[in-house]
Design a protein around this ligand. Structure first.
Ligand code: NAD
Length: 363
């Protein structure tokens, strides 16, 4: 890490149970007058949509609540149209990475700011990146855009909103946050802040995720896990991701595997693949979560084993065949992944043939 570049973004973080209630103050302080909500149907069902509508009063514009996983282009077109029709001057994104992604794509097109209210541990609320899934040559692909404008201007982190996050989503999006820490520590673009955020983030996530999966209503654990996910997102915001995320994007965009589940399946394999080339960095993270092993590479390999163990303990699918991926899909996934910019940023190079083996191992 002798040379690095670091960009920071104008963003206010308001953290704590009940932070959602601050929405009115946030609009007033920023002179925003008409809000358009971007969310998923689940937030209408659990009453959060109505709560926000009530809190926003006369500044409520409309709600787009049809967000689908992986940000399909049609969702973006519909949200843009709604925000235009209602003259929105601010977008409120309530939900996981997909709702925040639809809001980011809308913000990119219309140049209006976002208030993000995350309800999973995906971390998109603090990054300048979003992915949109479009069909090209008959194949659905998730394509990412990186632009500082899309970083939400305010984040309301309200851990009380995650108390009803179902067990599987808690586990899988928590592993997604842990994966941000893993890929940030070995990223070629890492810097002192991203590494510090990744190491402490990993420690918080490792300590609290199992508890949140077992006792979803434990507000203290939920709060700590959300802080870990925030740090993981901050680590991700300033570095290039690698093999792990590149493969997850193809599995999600092209085969519709839920992002967190893809993370749980791929992460142990990505750690194992990078264990020799990134031994020192992975070992630092391994020691942060209490792994003791003789030598860096052994510690790195033990980290991969721990993540695999975690996946089993949290009863998440561990193989691609368990989530509907057919063996005949692997060739397409290997080709798209090997050619993805994200995979090419991996500190250890991987050929298309090696990618085939990499995917076969997890199939
Ligand atoms: P998601 O946003 O797709 O949500 C998954 C499901 O969880 C949805 O059905 C949603 O309705 C439900 N849900 C969310 N919060 C809930 C709650 N509190 N209670 C009950 N149900 C709830 O999943 P995700 O894993 O958060 O996000 C994945 C997407 O985000 C992917 O498209 C991924 O590529 C993207 N992502 C982007 C970044 C970035 O920096 N741009 C970072 C991480 C993930």
């Amino acid at each position: 890490m002798d040379k690095f570049r670091y960009a920071s973004y104008p963003q206010e973080i308001i953290f704590g149970a009940g932070a959602l209630e601050q929405i009115g103050v946030v609009l007033a302080q920023n002179n925003w007058t008409r809000a358009c909500l971007v969310t998923t149907h689940s937030q209408r069902v659990n009453g959060n949509l109505a709560r926000l509508q009530n809190l926003l009063g006369a500044k409520w514009g409309a709600a787009f609540d049809a967000t689908q996983p992986h940000v399909p282009q049609q969702n973006v077109d519909d949200a843009i149209q709604l925000a235009r029709e209602h003259n929105a001057d601010v977008l409120v994104a309530l939900g996981g990475g997909s709702a925040i992604g639809v809001a980011k794509a809308t913000c990119h097109a219309l140049e209006i700011p976002i208030i993000a209210i995350p309800t999973t541990y995906a971390g998109s609320e603090v990054t300048p990146v979003f992915g949109v899934t479009r069909e090209r040559d008959g194949v659905a692909r998730k394509e990412t855009v990186n632009h500082p404008r899309v970083v939400p201007r305010v984040v309301l982190y309200d851990p009380a909103l995650t108390l009803d996050l179902p067990r599987e989503l808690t586990a899988s999006t928590g592993i997604n946050a842990f994966a941000h820490c893993v890929e940030a520590v070995y990223s070629a673009a890492r810097n002192p802040l991203s590494s510090a955020a990744a190491l402490y983030g990993a420690r918080l996530i490792y300590r609290t995720l199992p508890r949140c999966v077992e006792q979803g209503a434990d507000l203290r654990a939920r709060s700590e896990l959300m802080q870990g996910a925030y740090l993981a997102g901050m680590a991700l915001a300033n570095v290039a991701m690698g093999l792990h995320h590149g493969v997850c994007h193809v599995l999600g965009g092209t085969l519709n595997v839920p992002h967190g589940i893809a993370n749980a399946i791929v992460l142990p394999h990505a750690i194992r693949f990078n264990a020799d080339a990134c031994a020192a960095e992975l070992a630092q993270l391994a020691r942060e979560i209490g792994i003791e092993a003789e030598g860096d590479e052994l510690a790195a390999r033990e980290l991969g084993k721990r993540v695999a163990q975690w996946t089993r303990l949290m009863q998440l699918p561990a193989r691609l065949r368990d989530v509907g991926v057919r063996e005949t899909d692997l060739e397409l996934v290997a080709r798209l992944a090997a050619n993805s910019k994200t995979v090419q940023n991996n500190p250890k190079k991987i050929s298309e043939a090696e990618m085939q083996n990499f995917l076969s191992e997890m199939w």
